[in-house]
Ligand binder design. Structure first.
Ligand SMILES: CC(C)(COP(=O)(O)OP(=O)(O)OC[C@H]1O[C@@H](n2cnc3c(N)ncnc32)[C@H](O)[C@@H]1OP(=O)(O)O)[C@@H](O)C(=O)NCCC(=O)NCCS
Length: 223
């Protein structure tokens, strides 16, 4: 069993000191907080989902019973690449003011294998709902060959600790009904499904045709 070492590049920025966590890895996993100048390392980790089933959303009793979700297989499995939807992490600093954003990189024996980003206190980000006590988990990713070995959890633990240190009270997470692995992951970390938005991506003025039928799922984690 390998150990997880959590570190930060700047004094005062350490994530959790020398806490060690067992993982299913052979090498040394380091989770570190990085600055925007290292987003090229972040981009070395792809964000790929194997879509084999989706959470189908249906109205119950014409909506009077709310919405129900059911896991159904897709006829033709496919790969979703989140980096093909507009911007990659390297584009974020040019598009938004990232001074209150926090980036994490996970390496195994110094090789980037996972990454995560939390957005806080950025007025132009509507997902923050104008709140200063809310963080948005903007992105989390683990390289395909390193999935299911505890790296996502190690990243999540590190970013939760950072959010708490910032005085945030809630973490908001957006995903889609086609990303069942992410839903399972967020649920396993203790996040709770807060909203099912069926038509969030239906606006043809900005959304791509292949995502217009997807359903936005918002998960919330109490910090
Ligand atoms: C979501 C993601 C970051 C999870 O990372 P990970 O390192 O594989 O997750 P972990 O190994 O820490 O998993 C922790 C727990 O989450 C749950 N989980 C994670 N992936 C799962 C899957 N595919 N199916 C079922 N449960 C899953 C399990 O309970 C798991 O614990 P276990 O392995 O002991 O059963 C990873 O799947 C990923 O990179 N996905 C592509 C990018 C993406 O979808 N990002 C989110 C966009 S909204």
């Amino acid at each position: 069993m390998a150990q997880v070492r959590l570190s930060g590049p700047y004094s005062g920025d350490r994530v959790t000191g020398s806490e060690c966590v067992a993982t299913k890895l052979d090498g040394e996993l380091v989770i570190e907080r990085i600055g925007a100048e290292r987003l090229s390392d972040y981009c070395a980790v792809p964000s790929l989902v194997e879509v084999e089933s989706i959470l189908e959303v249906k109205e119950v009793d014409e909506g009077f019973g709310g919405l129900a979700m059911k896991l159904v297989p897709v006829p033709t499995p496919y790969i979703r690449n989140y980096d093909s939807y507009g911007h990659t992490p390297a584009d974020w600093p040019a598009k938004w003011n990232v001074s209150n954003w926090c980036f994490f990189l996970a390496t195994v024996d110094r090789k980037p294998v996972g990454a995560a980003c939390v957005v806080t206190r950025t007025p132009e980000i509507r997902m923050l709902d104008g709140r200063d006590d809310l963080g948005v988990l903007w992105d989390i990713r683990v390289s395909p060959e390193y999935k299911r070995r505890g790296i996502g959890k190690a990243l999540f633990d590190a970013l939760v600790q950072w959010c708490r240190e910032q005085g945030l009270k809630m973490l908001k997470i957006e995903t889609q009904n086609v990303n069942v692995p992410a839903c399972r992951f967020y649920a396993s970390q203790g996040a709770r499904l807060g909203a099912i938005h069926r038509f969030a991506y239906a606006d043809a003025t900005w959304s791509r045709p292949d995502v217009r039928d997807e359903v936005m799922l918002l998960w919330y984690y109490k910090l």
